[in-house]
Design a protein around this ligand. Structure first.
Ligand code: BGC
Length: 339
């Protein structure tokens, strides 16, 4: 078995990977850092993914963006165009011939699956495969020619793109909210809707992905609840740089605050990284502080993959990473807040 030090040494030896991942040496972050590094290969430029339709269920849009989000590629990776009426796998389409693409750094990454034809690699689909969760939140996915099939249909690209896992790649997203208040402490009501305005802890991603929920990938063997807390503490409380005393104090506060939450979404994410054989899924939890007292105690500071942090007012004008706007909208609905 590789211990953490040897994993770090192994990863460090992969130079292209290392260049993409400056924070790799942070102890305890091996897999997470690796996953995040894949995100650094995005191009978030709107010319790549101009879809403004945010859908978390139903027909995927971002997962069919014309140019696959990969930075530093001389020749863009182009998706085979999939019209709406050909998205469903059940619709026969003999001319469908998507490009097969898995980023070279994925092929050498310790955090990623090996190629499917690798000797001794026989993943157990639709199940917990040792520590790797290959179950979809949406029920059993199909396997065709030995490969998992995207449950939301064709994407115009086969292989794994920049995702590590064949099949579902699991993330977790904590939406931490409080009511917006005036100087006297009274809730602020929106003048149009008459509803109270919510604010949520929002981070700016260091990879150019813009403002986002401080979420991230669930590590192998990790519980979703643990990933929610870990990601929040890394990105919104700078836990990778904080002292162990600060972390112990923060951890206790977050444990208390996260002990009551409401799941607002669980399932497939319409993410531009998705392919026919690899896709993102997430669990989104709402953690609301109705008095503002609990979150007031949290020492918020952008850290790890986040470069900025703020309490962001929630309404329909938000522009957020991937499908995060749809997730935040669900929280506003849950809490009967202004949208
Ligand atoms: C992000 C999550 C996001 C998921 C799906 C992950 O890389 O960290 O916040 O929900 O991708 O887009």
């Amino acid at each position: 078995m590789l211990n953490q030090r040897s994993i770090l040494a192994l990863v460090s030896s992969i130079s292209c990977f290392r260049a993409l991942n400056p924070s790799l040496s942070v102890a305890g972050k091996t897999r997470q850092s690796c996953y995040t590094s894949t995100e650094k290969n995005f191009s978030f430029n709107n010319k790549y993914c101009i879809s403004t339709i945010i859908q978390t269920r139903g027909m995927h849009e971002k997962a069919r963006c014309a140019i696959y989000p990969l930075k530093g590629q001389a020749d863009p990776v182009k998706r085979f165009t999939v019209p709406n009426d050909k998205v469903e796998w059940s619709v026969e389409w003999t001319d469908y011939s998507p490009l097969e693409f898995t980023a070279p750094f994925v092929l050498t990454a310790v955090w990623a699956d090996p190629p499917l034809d690798k000797k001794d690699f026989s993943p157990s689909w639709n199940s917990l495969d040792e520590k790797v969760n290959r179950k979809s939140h949406e029920g059993d996915y199909k396997i065709q020619d030995g490969r998992p099939l995207n449950p939301h249909g064709r994407t115009g690209l086969s292989g794994r793109g920049i995702l590590g896992r064949w099949g579902p790649n699991h993330a977790a997203d904590p939406v931490v909210t409080r009511w917006q208040r005036d100087g006297a402490g009274s809730q602020i009501l929106n003048t149009d809707s008459g509803l109270p305005v919510l604010e949520f802890v929002c981070i700016e991603r260091g990879d150019g992905g813009g403002w986002a929920i401080p979420g991230g990938m669930v590590d192998p063997g990790e519980k979703v609840a643990t990933a929610l807390k870990r990601e929040f503490m890394e990105e919104a409380m700078d836990s990778t740089q904080a002292s162990s005393e600060e972390n112990a104090e923060n951890s206790a506060l977050v444990d208390k605050f996260f002990s009551e939450g409401t799941e607002v979404y669980k399932g497939y994410v319409d993410d531009p990284r998705n392919t026919d054989n690899s896709w993102m899924e997430t669990v989104v939890m709402s953690f609301h502080d109705s008095t503002g007292d609990s979150v007031g105690k949290l020492k918020l500071k952008a850290g790890d993959d986040a470069k900025n942090l703020k309490w962001m007012a929630i309404d329909d004008t938000l522009t957020l990473y991937a499908s995060h706007k749809a997730f935040v909208k669900k929280v506003a609905e849950l809490l009967k807040a202004h949208w």
